[in-house]
Write a new protein. Structure first.
Length: 296
């Protein structure tokens, strides 16, 4: 499918990613129609998938997706939890319609129900687990692209992409590569490295995500405790502030010191009776009753 062209050939970086995500590892069983995609069989009975055939089928599937005029007419389905995140990300970047979770039977054939849809192209994560939409697509002549393992049935599958569809990393990587090739053929991105990381397409267990959040909170608390221990005590901080203030320029003017007033003791007088007599002499003994100045 690459036709010997350099930009369409399989890059070494892509092969490294496939090997790291165990895309080349199949199952111990094999379907007779999948024999053409098997490279060899290991001593432990696991079949090895030919990655060159995988890359050729990725290019073929990307060309089929780009041929659809409206990207929303391409439907991507994943009933297994390991492929739901990849399906949603694929739909986000390519404009396809993602169906993550349980598929409603009759969505492609029963026109009465509210969930009726008419896709132009169907992409499934597992040909065995998603057999219901594949069967219904065959009734209405919808082409099907499926990620198939060595033991997957190819009945009603038009384009089979051989890969390990049981590994979350492998599923995420294959959807990432398919989305990248679709965007390249559309001209949205160049042939250079795509800035979107493959980790965004990988499935994450909710329990693992909660554990990571809990560890991040604990690490933040420990860091805060260490910073509080390293910080100087309040007493030392106040003393240093007072020292710095005394050495610097005084911002507030201090009042001038007031000279203390010397205390003078009153002359001692031990005769209290004499003081009483003097006070009594100063009192006016005039008769207020006999006074007539208030009479009209």
């Amino acid at each position: 499918m690459s036709g010997g062209l350099g930009p369409l050939s399989l890059a070494e970086d892509d092969v490294t990613k496939m090997l790291a995500a165990t895309t080349h590892l199949g199952s111990e069983n094999s379907d007779y129609q999948m024999q053409q995609y098997i490279f060899k069989r290991r001593a432990d009975g696991v079949h090895i998938i030919n990655l060159r055939r995988t890359w050729e089928k990725v290019l073929l599937a990307a060309r089929a997706i780009v041929a659809i005029e409206r990207p929303s007419d391409v439907y991507v389905i994943s009933s297994r939890p390991h492929g739901q995140r990849a399906v949603l990300k694929f739909g986000h970047y390519t404009g396809a319609t993602a169906i993550a979770g349980r598929y409603t039977p009759g969505a492609f054939t029963n026109q009465i129900q509210a969930a009726f849809r008419e896709p132009r192209l169907l992409i499934v994560t597992d040909a065995r687990a998603d057999h219901q939409p594949i069967t219904e697509a065959s009734y209405v002549n919808i082409p099907v692209i499926a990620f198939c393992n060595t033991d997957s049935p190819l009945r009603y599958v038009d384009i089979a992409i051989p890969c390990n569809n049981k590994s979350p990393h492998s599923i995420g990587l294959m959807f990432w590569m398919l989305a990248r090739e679709v965007l390249r053929l559309r001209g949205t991105i160049t042939r250079d490295r795509w800035k979107v990381m493959t980790d965004l397409f990988f499935y994450r267990d909710p329990e693992d995500a909660e554990k990571e959040e809990q560890q991040a909170k604990e690490l933040a608390q420990q860091t805060k405790a260490v910073e509080m221990e390293v910080a100087p005590p309040m007493g030392l901080a106040s003393e240093s502030w007072a020292t710095e203030t005394s050495t610097g320029v005084d911002l507030v003017a201090t009042p001038a010191p007031v000279a203390p007033v010397p205390y003078t003791a009153a002359p001692a007088n031990d005769d209290w009776s004499a003081d009483t007599e003097q006070w009594s002499e100063q009192v006016d003994n005039s008769d207020w009753a006999s006074s007539n100045q208030w009479n009209p």
